[in-house]
Design a protein around this ligand. Structure first.
Ligand code: GRF
Length: 192
């Protein structure tokens, strides 16, 4: 039986798309059952709807304070009987309360080789540090930002004439393979 997955997004949703595409295979152990965005204008919502996936907007500007925002998300996840939550370009920090409730069940993709370069503007951080190699990481979410057990990584070279934008694009391509691969492995070994 396929594991029920929710993907939380804030923007373009190209990683969401990669997960949707992968989960279309009959032998893939997870299905994308719900897409939640904190931004009503996120293009990822259009992608999900086009794939026939239930979408939901939980606008952080309306649902305040943070506890109320997370309560809405938590309720939606439970209602949809979600077993795994994938953060994919979701630009809100989750509280330790929320993370605890979903302990060991939230995955994130981050565009650097963790534990190097956490937080924002990580491609620029990599360039500023003179990194010769960068990449992306899929990890289990813990209460600490961009921390937690690493499930998989992929590397890319940093070219001499790279800008944050060109490096981000090279990394993003790798993300689109890494995230579905990691979710496949994670879902396959998840206890009932
Ligand atoms: C990706 O680079 C992801 O690693 C980061 O935000 C970006 C989201 O891109 N957390 P998309 O919305 O999946 O296209």
């Amino acid at each position: 039986m396929k594991r029920r997955v929710a993907v939380l997004i804030s923007g373009s949703g190209s990683n969401l798309q990669a997960l949707i595409d992968a989960s279309g295979s009959t032998d893939y152990p997870a299905e994308i059952s719900l897409a939640i965005s904190n931004r009503p204008d996120a293009f990822g919502l259009t992608r999900a709807a086009a794939a026939g996936i239930t979408t939901l907007v939980v606008d952080h500007k309306i649902h305040q304070p943070r506890r109320a925002f997370e309560e809405q998300i938590d309720q939606a996840l439970r209602q949809a009987e979600i077993e795994i939550v994938c953060l994919a370009g979701f630009m809100r920090i989750l509280t330790s309360d929320f993370v605890q409730r979903w302990e060991g069940r939230i995955l994130n993709i981050h565009p650097s080789l963790l534990p190097a370069f956490k937080g924002l503007n990580v491609q620029q951080q990599a360039l500023d540090a003179g990194a010769k190699v960068s990449g992306c990481t899929v990890h289990i979410v813990t209460a600490d930002l961009d921390d937690g057990p690493i499930l998989g990584q992929a590397t890319v070279p940093v070219e001499q004439d790279d800008t944050a934008r060109t490096l981000a694009a090279r990394i993003l391509k790798k993300e689109h393979k890494l995230y579905p691969d990691c979710l496949r492995a994670f879902a396959a070994q998840l206890e009932p």
